[in-house]
Design a protein around this ligand. Structure first.
Ligand SMILES: [Zn+2]
Length: 254
């Protein structure tokens, strides 16, 4: 029952929690993975990414978690009770992260199998500024497109919990209408990063590149204005990475 997904999720969480990566401290950040039976695993409240183990995750019902979005202005207690009721099976006294609904959205409408949400110092240095959208307005170097995707999603600031989940759902739907596909990279204004992947490695790579991209962007904004690649240049890279991806799929290297 999702045994290998669980061990992959533990590995991803510990990797994202490594102190030297400066992506999350204390109880910051959370991770999740979709299982094949309409459930998902999400980091329990009060656990740390760095010290994650098999017992750090709560199994939740995807449908029941998504339906929490239908509650009309729940109190904090009602929201807490709804999250507990959306657990699947015998969850003991583990409580899911308040950001569980955001994860459920990424695993359904976001089409991800693994999700990693962190608060990287590098990314938040830009996301907490009035230039936050510089991260998602265009591409400044080729590997940004290849790893982070051509069109990252920027979500305006909203309170953690249901307001953020509603803002994310709206953003995801608008993005898919406009771009025709789910994003791999989501920036939450004044909050942090969400990396979406079909594999745990994919999530780790998006997080690594987003942190590097943000460090470069901070330097760019200190030096002057970003020079974005043109649509034609970005189109060529986008196509090339698709071809490369298909080639690796065909060769069984992905
Ligand atoms: Zn967060």
């Amino acid at each position: 029952m999702g045994g290998s997904r669980l061990s992959e999720l533990v590995g991803l969480s510990r990797s994202l929690g490594l102190p030297e990566r400066d992506l999350a401290v204390l109880g910051e950040g959370n991770t999740s993975a979709r299982l094949d039976d309409g459930t998902f695993l999400v980091k329990a409240s009060g656990t740390s990414l760095a010290a994650a183990n098999d017992a750090s995750f709560v199994k939740m019902d995807l449908g029941r978690t998504i339906s929490i979005l239908d509650l009309e202005g729940p109190t904090d207690d009602e929201l807490g009770a709804a999250l507990l009721a959306a657990r699947s099976g015998s969850a003991g006294d583990l409580r899911p992260s308040i950001e569980a609904v955001m994860h459920a959205l990424c695993l359904t409408e976001g089409e991800a199998v693994f999700v990693g949400h962190t608060h990287p110092t590098s990314v938040n240095s830009v996301l907490c500024s009035d230039r936050a959208r510089a991260l998602s307005q265009g591409a400044i170097f080729p590997d940004q497109i290849v790893v982070l995707g051509r069109y990252p999603l920027h979500v305006p600031y909203a309170d953690v919990g249901l307001p953020l989940a509603h803002a994310l759902r709206e953003g995801l739907r608008e993005h898919k209408r406009r771009v025709g596909a789910a994003p791999k990279t989501i920036y939450l204004q004044n909050h942090g990063l969400v990396a979406l992947g079909k594999s745990s490695d994919g999530v780790d790579q998006v997080t690594t590149m987003a942190a590097k991209h943000a460090r470069i962007m901070a330097g760019v904004l200190a030096a002057g204005e970003p020079v974005y690649l043109t649509e034609e240049q970005a189109d060529r890279l986008d196509t090339r990475s698709d071809e490369e991806y298909r080639r690796r799929v065909l060769q069984g290297r992905r």
